[in-house]
Every structure is written in structure tokens, then in C-alpha cells.
Design a protein around this ligand. Structure first.
Ligand code: ACO
Ligand code: OAA
Length: 370
């Protein structure tokens, strides 16, 4: 038995949710380039869960269901207020989603019907939790969700307490579409491993949030922004990046396990970053990002991934850095939930083997003889 480090190239599940073939990403057979410019996040979430784009009645019903469940249990809000103010927002989100299961009487009901309802509840509640955590950490009261508006609109409203601009809603909605699913990435795999033991959906999503938090995965978007802040100005990009590269430090937001010729989502986020910069009359973050890309791609051949330009996009939308990865989770919970439903439909426990490389033939000696 020989291990494949990082399971590179190992096909570990069959799935009909999303695919990456020759650098083209599709959700249920729809090209991400098509969905990114034409579909709303709600349509995409429905597509991932139910395998088809919704008609108007189905979309209206989804909106009603999301409205119904977006309101958080009071007890959860009170609990979140007890979290330390300097909490890591992803750790707090992981804890809050785990706690949410305690307030769902159907958490352990494994029927398809109950699981589909949990999908809607989680999609509705996760944005409310992220916005509430953002406000609580700043010493503000959470803002109750609006009814009848998109998740992008509601999230920006709940975070700021103010009606967002249409351009901000559109940009966030597109970012949510782009992040919704991505085949067997680390957090989706974590979710599938957890529920393949026939554990409940909340456990699967909690595992996924833990996996997304790391800087090699979803946490990279915050790490990119930290890097941009450290660089500070366009004239410092070249020296900063060259120094990192010569010290063999990874440049966050670059590289990918599957895409070797570029992530198809990055160009949409780059365009959004430029457009927001032009609108704000401040292209500095965009220009710095382009310079970084030129240097890293030029010297290492590495291309930006989905996390690279999303950092400048979210900052220009006025979102604090420590909420970038939670926003990724607001979108990706749609994909995690679709994968969990798929796993339950055709389940087998996920239990690979390990190649043992430790010592052999050891003999036990009593503690007094060691
Ligand atoms: C939503 C997402 O999860 S997208 C990914 C987000 N993560 C990041 O942006 C973090 C930075 N990138 C990385 O760490 C990696 O590219 C990953 C985690 C995305 C992929 O990892 P792997 O497939 O294991 O690639 P691996 O780390 O083996 O890289 C191959 C080579 O490229 C180098 N490399 C990969 N990414 C980078 C980078 N961002 N900066 C500098 N060098 C890099 C590695 O050091 C390695 O070089 P070597 O062969 O000389 O040792
Ligand atoms: O697929 C991966 O390994 C990481 C990624 O881009 C994602 O989860 O969106």
C-alpha cells in the first residue's frame, strides 16, 4: 500500500453536481461563465440542490422559505453575544452552526423531506449568523432580516443596517454564484466524510466550515487581503513579492490543485474588482493585485485562484477582512448541502487506508523500566 500525498488525482466519489474538465467548471452541466453573468445565487442554489433551474413559481416558493427561516432563534443570538469580542469569525460561525442543530427538532430526522428542509434552513440562517457575528463583535445589535429580498441584499443590509446600493448587491450576488460549488474540494470532502457515517447535516456543515477556515482553502481570501494591507501601496509590490518568493513563502490566492492553467472564476472577480475600483475612484487595490499577478505568474507560472481578486472585491464592498471566509461559507453552504443530499442518496461509509510508516516489533516494557 502506497499513499498518494494529499490524495492528488485520486477519484474519491461519483457526483452529478459540479465538474471540472479541461479547466471548465460547470454546475449541473451549466458553464460557470454563463451562470456568473446570467443567474442569481438563489437560482444556482436551487440548481445545485434539485438538479434543475427553478421556474418562477419554484423560485417564489424558495424566496418565501428563505424569508421564513432567515430569522434566528433568540437563544442563539444570546449565545453568540457571549462569544469573546475578538473571536475568529470562522471559529464563531463553526460554533454557531453546531449550536443551531440544538434548536432544530428535526436535526436528526434523516428522511429526504426533513433533509431538504434543513438545506433551506441552513442557507437562510447562515447569512443571518455571519451578519450578526460581524455586528456583535463590533458591539452592535444584530439587525433582523428583510423579507422578499435576495440573500446578497439581505446580508449587506443585516451587516450594515442600511439599504445597500444595487451595484453592491449585484457584485456580491455574482461572487456568491462563483463560490457556490467546486467538485470535491477539501471542505466538501470533509462534509461528505462526516455524513457518510450517517451523521446529521449540521455535523456535516460544521466539519465543512472547519475545513474551509484554513488558509490553504477558503481562508486564503483573508490572507490575500492581509498581504495587500502589508504591501500598502503600488510602489512596494515588486520588492515585497520578490522577497516572499525568494524566501519560498507561498503567495496567497495563487495556485490550485486542479487548475494548472488558471481558475475560470478568477477573471469574473478581476473584472468586478476593476469595476468597483472605477466606481469608487480608487483603483489602488485593483492595480496592486494586477501587479502581483504579473510577477507571480511571470516568475512561477502560478495563476490566481478564486480567492485572489475576491479580497479586493469584498474590501471595496465595505466588508471587513475577518468576514471574507464566512462570506465564502454563505455561498458554499449551497454546494455542501447538495453534496450531503447526494451522499445520503447513495451512501457508503468513507474509510480509506493508511500506509503504515512507523516502527515495528516493539516490545512493551513497564513504566519503571523506561
Ligand atoms: C477556494 C480555494 O481553496 S482555492 C486555493 C486557496 N489557497 C491558496 O490560495 C493558498 C496558496 N496556494 C497553495 O497553497 C496551493 O497552490 C494549493 C493549496 C492551492 C494547492 O496545493 P497543491 O496542489 O498541494 O500544490 P503544491 O503546494 O504541491 O504546489 C506545487 C508547487 O507550486 C508551489 N506553489 C503552489 N502554490 C504556491 C503559491 N501560492 N505561492 C508560491 N508557490 C506555490 C509549491 O511550493 C510547489 O513547489 P515545489 O514543487 O517547488 O515544492
Ligand atoms: O477545489 C479546490 O480545491 C478549492 C477551490 O477552488 C474551491 O473550493 O472553490
Amino acid at each position: 500500500m502506497t499513499a498518494t500525498k494529499g490524495l492528488e488525482g485520486v477519484v474519491a466519489a461519483s457526483s452529478s453536481i459540479s465538474s471540472i474538465v479541461d479547466g471548465v467548471l460547470t454546475y449541473r452541466g451549466y458553464d460557470i461563465d454563463d451562470l456568473a453573468v446570467n443567474a442569481s445565487f438563489e437560482e444556482v442554489a436551487y440548481l445545485l440542490w434539485f438538479g434543475k433551474l427553478p421556474n418562477q413559481n419554484e423560485l417564489d416558493q424558495l424566496q418565501k422559505d428563505l424569508d421564513k427561516y432567515a430569522v434566528l432563534p433568540d437563544a442563539l443570538i444570546e449565545q453568540m453575544k457571549l462569544y469573546p469580542k475578538d473571536m475568529n469569525r470562522m471559529a464563531a460561525l463553526r460554533s454557531a452552526i453546531s449550536a443551531l442543530a440544538l434548536y432544530d427538532e428535526q436535526a436528526d430526522d434523516m428522511s429526504r423531506e426533513a433533509n431538504e428542509l434543513k438545506v433551506i434552513k441552513l442557507q437562510a440562517q447562515l447569512p443571518s449568523i455571519v451578519a450578526a457575528l460581524g455586528r456583535i463583535a463590533e458591539g452592535q445589535e444584530p439587525v433582523a432580516p428583510l423579507q422578499g429580498v435576495s440573500i446578497a441584499h439581505n446580508f449587506l443590509y443585516m451587516l450594515t443596517g442600511e439599504q445597500p446600493e444595487d451595484t453592491a448587491i449585484k457584485a456580491l450576488d455574482q461572487a456568491l454564484v462563483l463560490h457556490a460549488d467546486h467538485e470535491l474540494n477539501a471542505s466538501t470532502f470533509a462534509a461528505r466524510v462526516t455524513v457518510a457515517t450517517l451523521s446529521d447535516m449540521y455535523s456535516g456543515i460544521t466539519s465543512a466550515i472547519g475545513a474551509l477556515k484554513g488558509p490553504l482553502h477558503g481562508g486564503a481570501n483573508e490572507a490575500v487581503m492581509k498581504m495587500l494591507e502589508e504591501i500598502g501601496s503600488e510602489d512596494r509590490v515588486e520588492s515585497y513579492i520578490q522577497e516572499q518568493l525568494s524566501n519560498k513563502v507561498k503567495i496567497m490566492g495563487f495556485g490550485h490543485r486542479v487548475y494548472k492553467n488558471g481558475d475560470p472564476r478568477a477573471k469574473h472577480l478581476q473584472k468586478m474588482s476593476r469595476e468597483l475600483g472605477e466606481m469608487n475612484n480608487d483603483l489602488s487595490l485593483y492595480n496592486m493585485s494586477v501587479q502581483i499577478e504579473e510577477i507571480v505568474t511571470g516568475s512561477k507560472g502560478l495563476k490566481p485562484n478564486v480567492d485572489f481578486y475576491s479580497a479586493s472585491v469584498y474590501t471595496m464592498l465595505g466588508i471587513p477582512r475577518n468576514l471574507f471566509t464566512p462570506i465564502f461559507a454563505i455561498s458554499r453552504v449551497s454546494g455542501w448541502a447538495a453534496h450531503i443530499l447526494e451522499q445520503y442518496e447513495n451512501n457508503r461509509i468513507i474509510r480509506p487506508r493508511a500506509e503504515y510508516v512507523g516502527p515495528n516489533n516493539q516490545e512493551y516494557r513497564p513504566v519503571t523500566e523506561r
